[in-house]
Design a protein around this ligand. Structure first.
Ligand code: DOR
Length: 441
């Protein structure tokens, strides 16, 4: 048998099994997995000491185009993605203007077709004005569905009261990712800011109760309307039993965890990083961190995302709370997760399940996320032993910084394939683009 590319003797890893095998690629798809002893190929990659995974799918990134492209754009954000072993991204609608119509979606898709380095899809934003249109909007090509901000964060998207949320949830069928923080409570608590404000106050102002109330409200409305929701970036111990209980009731609830909510904890992160650690929902105390990690370990979470949310250092240097919330992370997502594997927090199979297979499954992304014959050959070889210190020169994001700078991460991508083409090898990127618009079932 002759292949376009043959990856030899990699440790092929899925969520359910691991074996040393050869993987043959033909026409951009995985054609064969096994002992392909005498097969030949145009390109052979010897991968004895490497693990082969499906390419990562980062289902929560903010790439700032249009309107905020001094922070990031689709070109730079997707470039950061492939350098980090992420082969597909789903981008959020809080740009300027917001992605709340077919025209705005098309503009992003057109830009993606010209500039993207990895495969892409763009969420539509729910608003009180477009609620009735969402059932049609969610069916458009190139979108995985509709994102709801229940609490305001960066930008103006907001659907905060129950009647409006019902209108949005009843308009369409696809799984809705939710930013669950309670707007009235967050507003009220702004008054508690001290006279000498510091980002350390962030998890106190946007407190755990705010996240809990919003999560309880959206689960109630999900059950009432029959619309499945995906609660993004769980930040509290309190929300976990509530979502675990909803899962048992079979209302289709899923939840996401970000590595930063289990890597950092308060107050240490704010003392050391100041506003660079400021994000919504906030990084909280060690108690919350441990409860979230324990829930990852017992398999309660569905998806790892980065919530890549770049702001410039100049913007971040404003005095809290004028400093904007959010941190970049699409390029470091996989290395940080591999570092957690190295520390023994969870096995590599958990990374494959939550970063590759589940995002594809839960958003219905065709051909992606699985290391199986017939799937697209979006693949990443990783060296689980490679150590590198995160430093500015390696960062592709326009904002030019990372909260992990100075930290040694153990486990890095060495080869990244998009539809069978080797697009990044040891951090060297080929100049041609091979990215495509994602298709959603
Ligand atoms: O911290 C955050 N920043 N949380 C969000 O939900 C939005 C994001 C951004 O877009 O900056």
């Amino acid at each position: 048998m002759r292949f376009d590319t043959l990856i030899r003797q990699a440790t092929v890893t899925t969520s359910t099994h691991q074996e040393v095998a050869d993987v043959g690629i033909v026409n951009g798809k995985i054609a064969s997995i096994g002992n392909l002893g005498d097969a030949s190929a145009e390109r052979v990659i010897e991968a004895e000491h490497l693990h082969l995974l499906p390419g990562g799918i980062d289902s929560q990134v903010h790439f700032r185009e249009p309107g905020l492209t001094h922070k990031e754009d689709i070109e730079s954000g997707t470039r950061a993605a492939i350098h980090g072993g992420i082969t597909s991204i789903l981008e959020m609608p809080n740009t300027n203007p917001n992605t709340t119509s077919a025209e705005r979606l098309q503009e992003k898709l057109d830009s993606g077709a010209k500039t993207a380095w990895c495969h892409y899809g763009f969420f539509i934003g729910a608003s009180t004005e477009n609620a009735e249109d969402l059932a049609d909007l969610e069916k458009l090509p190139g979108t995985p569905g509709v994102k709801i901000f229940m609490g305001s964060s960066t930008g103006s998207l907001l659907v905060s009261d129950d009647d409006d949320l019902r209108r949005v949830l009843r308009s369409g069928r696809k799984r809705c990712p939710i930013h669950a923080e309670d707007e009235p409570r967050n507003k009220e608590r702004k008054a508690l800011l001290s006279d000498n404000p510091h980002p350390r106050e962030h998890p106190y102002l946007r407190d755990a109760t705010s996240a809990l109330i919003a999560t309880q409200r959206i689960l109630r409305l999900s059950e009432e309307t029959g619309r499945p929701v995906h609660v993004l970036h769980i930040s509290t111990a309190d929300e976990i039993p509530v979502i675990e209980d909803a899962k048992k009731r079979g209302i289709g609830t899923t939840m996401e965890v970000l590595p930063q909510h289990i890597y950092f904890s308060a107050p240490e992160c704010y003392d050391r990083l100041g506003s660079l650690a400021q994000m919504n929902p906030p990084i909280r105390s060690e108690e919350h961190r441990q409860a979230i990690l324990a829930a990852v370990q017992r398999g309660s979470f569905d998806i790892f995302g980065s919530d890549h949310a770049p702001h410039t250092l100049e913007e971040k240097s404003q005095t809290y709370p004028a400093s904007p919330s959010g941190m970049p992370g699409v390029q470091t997502l996989l290395p940080v997760l591999l570092t957690m594997v190295h520390r023994g927090w969870f096995p590599l199979s958990t990374v494959v399940r939550m970063l590759c297979e589940n995002p594809a499954k839960l958003y219905g992304i065709r051909g992606k996320g699985h290391l199986e014959v017939g799937y697209d050959a979006d693949l990443v070889l990783v060296d689980l032993k490679q150590e590198k210190v995160v430093a500015k020169p390696m960062l592709q994001t326009k904002c030019g910084w990372s909260p992990y700078e100075g930290d040694t991460l153990t486990g890095w991508p060495t080869h990244v394939f998009l539809n069978g083409t080797l697009v990044v090898e040891n951090d060297e990127r080929i100049p041609q683009r091979h990215a495509e618009q994602l298709e959603f079932a």
